[in-house]
Design a protein around this ligand. Structure first.
Ligand code: BT5
Length: 261
């Protein structure tokens, strides 16, 4: 058991960058919002902002993210020395890092869903929100993990069914151990990505993917695309093959899994 407190998480974490500075809040509107303001005033790279609860947690495109007590809601400030086309890989790298941390600490077979979600048995347990400042000078990686959140506290009407680790395991998880593993895995993946290992990030994502090989429906900028999710390319875009054989490259979109292909 490792205490889920600022001291419990920061002590002997053993990372070089991520989690060297931790800011702990009982309640915040959104850890991503505070992280963005702090990034602007040059706090050190790797600073982590944690909130026990968020009152205005955000998903992508302004969607709400339910963040009651018992979950893990945090944001990390990064200043990635990456060419812009590789920026989307940060989200993919973060999702694989969290999925791996869940596998290692709970034994649950966590998988990744394009672009940045983590699923357990087809249910969403983690969401990742990556937001960048002007020129991607700084990037905020927001991670929401439904750790010890009762089913009743999760939204019932979601585009995708939700679950929590507590529900999947039948008992609470040790949030201290999990979050420390998340931060270490994240640093490993981030170093790999910034050290020229983009292809390895893509390969790991493929190995952990729930999405590939399935028939998907993608809503992207108002248009709807249906086809087989064949692969992701080297920049993290999803390659969807329509019935007529034409392959579309999807950079940002929504996926609904229709059937197991
Ligand atoms: C995401 O958005 O999945 C990204 C969520 C990122 C949350 C973290 S928490 C720390 C940091 N601070 C923030 O303010 N945000 C980040 P998206 O793919 O757009 O999914 C949003 C959709 O998921 C919503 O429209 C709901 O349908 C559903 N949803 C809301 N809360 C959920 C939850 N706790 N678990 C599962 N699904 C949820």
């Amino acid at each position: 058991m490792e205490e889920y407190t600022r001291e419990g998480i920061g002590e002997n974490l053993g990372t070089r960058l991520i989690g060297r500075h931790i800011r702990w809040h009982d309640t915040l509107p959104s850890t991503n919002d505070l992280a963005a303001s702090l990034a602007e005033i040059q706090v050190p790279e790797g600073t982590v902002i944690v909130a026990e609860e968020q009152t205005a947690g955000r998903g992508r495109r302004g969607r709400p993210w339910t963040s009651p007590r018992g979950g893990i809601w945090l944001s990390i400030i990064l200043r990635p020395p990456l060419p812009l086309p590789q920026a989307p890989l940060i989200g993919l790298a973060a999702a694989t890092a969290v999925a791996r941390a869940i596998r290692v600490t709970t034994g649950l077979l966590a998988r990744v869903k394009w672009p940045n979600d983590v699923l357990i048995e087809g249910r969403k347990v983690v969401g990742v929100l990556v937001e960048a400042g002007p020129g991607a000078e700084w990037v905020i990686v927001g991670i929401g993990i439904n750790a010890n959140v009762p089913r009743a506290a999760l939204p019932a009407e979601t585009g995708y069914p939700a679950t929590s680790l507590e529900e999947a395991l039948g008992h609470p998880v040790d949030r201290g151990v999990l979050v420390r593993t998340v931060l270490r895995e994240l640093e490993r993946k981030y170093d790999e990505l910034c050290g020229g290992g983009a292809l390895r990030i893509v390969r790991t994502w493929r190995e952990m993917a729930d999405t590939l090989g399935r028939v998907v429906r993608v809503e992207t900028g108002g248009a709807v695309l249906e086809g087989s999710a064949d692969d992701i390319d080297d920049s993290g875009a999803l390659l969807v093959r329509e019935r007529d054989g034409v392959v579309h490259r999807v950079i940002a979109g929504e996926i609904v899994i229709r059937e197991v292909g």
